[in-house]
Design a protein around this ligand. Structure first.
Ligand code: ZN
Ligand code: ZN
Length: 375
């Protein structure tokens, strides 16, 4: 276990600090570290530690023992009420009623803060957006805190009153046979408070359905199935609970030309038989517009040309993938009489021995093997 930090150090005060300065230091630290205000995952632990420190140092008897024995004082410092070893009034005194409710209400009512649920919304982006990144807006509906009552559920000008059944603790002791156990109070359903005049806007729920439009930064290189998380933009929490998170699930729209393969883009480009044989400069689509690409003479169908850096940006780090241009030779069809004549003349040249070896080596080899096998 890690060494326990000194209580004075935790609160950032000198050992001879007076009660007033101690109170001030605690107030500042607690506000800063409160889990509702501080997203740092360590904040909650520190918040608890700071509270424990104040619980000891604000009590003259405990402080004297701490000064003398440190953390290992005989008998320890426990035994106080409430979650941090001091009673609610000590803390109420530091923060005043409203702020106390807001910061500590949930803790002292037995930690019933209910966090809001996470929410997931789909978002379709184009391949161009994947290439460039940028902001998109997304509109969705969530449970938000009611503005009229500030989420309390009580009509403006009224406050929830303490539940008499459980004395505000939210729990009642019930007997089951010989055993006594604690159960959520049936009258306030564990809230510790009851609403006598419900807020008209939310009918006492403290939450309303709200439509929100948020700006979502789309990082370059994002892919289908990626999720972007927006902290605290999910459903609202209740009783000082944190709001849930919003997850934006990405779906990349199909593109008329490009198929994505990781960070590379693949496109198929048809070329004519003479272009493949003679070589040509052709136009191909890229995400930056049209580009001119040289097709070498004697290109076979299925050959892939690589355009370096013309693919998609890498999600992490610098650089980009490539664009792969897959050449498909289109066999001429529906020939005119003239075209037929020209092709027949061309084919005749391949029949002659000397033409065939150079112009169509694969077919030449194939025919020879065929001959060996069957003749
Ligand atoms: Zn309301
Ligand atoms: Zn109750």
């Amino acid at each position: 276990m890690a060494e326990k930090q000194d209580y004075y150090e935790l609160l950032g005060v000198a050992r001879d600090v007076d009660a007033e300065a101690l109170k001030k230091a605690f107030r500042k630290k607690a506000m800063q570290l409160h889990p509702d205000r501080n997203a740092d995952p360590d904040a909650e632990e520190q918040f608890k530690a700071v509270n424990e420190a104040y619980a000891v140092l604000s009590d003259p008897e405990k402080r004297a023992r701490y000064d003398r024995f440190g953390h290992d004082a005989p008998g320890g410092f426990g035994g106080g009420q409430g979650p941090f070893g001091f009673d609610p009034d000590t803390v109420r005194d530091v923060f005043g009623g409203d702020l106390f409710e807001q910061l500590f209400g949930a803790f002292f009512r037995g930690g019933r803060a209910r966090h809001g649920r996470d929410l997931q919304v789909p978002m379709t982006v184009t391949l161009d957006e994947v290439a460039r990144g940028g902001d998109r807006s997304v509109t969705f509906t969530r449970r938000g805190a009611c503005d009229t009552c500030d989420g309390s559920g009580a009509a403006p000008g009224t406050r929830p009153v303490r539940c008499d059944t459980c004395g505000g603790m939210g729990q009642v002791r019930v007997r089951a046979g010989f055993v006594a156990m604690l159960q959520a109070c049936p009258d306030c359903r564990g809230q510790g408070t009851r609403i006598t005049s419900p807020c008209p806007a939310c009918r006492g729920a403290g939450q309303v359905s709200e439509e929100v439009t948020l700006k979502v930064p789309v990082p370059p290189g994002i892919a289908t199935g990626h999720k972007l998380r927006l902290d605290g933009e999910g459903h609202a929490g209740q009783d000082a609970g944190l709001a849930g998170d919003l997850y934006v699930q990405i779906e990349v729209e199909p593109h008329p030309f490009f198929e994505r393969r990781g960070d590379d883009l693949v496109c198929e480009v048809p070329i004519s038989f003479p272009q493949a044989a003679l070589g040509a400069t052709i136009e191909v689509p890229t995400l930056d517009g049209k580009a001119r690409v040289k097709v070498p003479s004697g290109t076979q169908s299925g050959k892939t040309l690589r355009l370096r850096g013309k693919g998609l940006p890498l999600v992490r780090g610098r650089g980009a993938g490539d664009q792969l241009v897959k050449l498909q030779i289109e066999t001429p069809q529906n020939l005119t009489a003239k075209q037929r004549e020209l092709l027949e003349a061309f084919e005749d040249t391949l029949e002659a021995d000397e033409g065939a070896t150079a112009a169509a080596p694969r077919r030449k080899g194939f025919l020879e093997k065929l001959k060996e096998l069957f003749d």
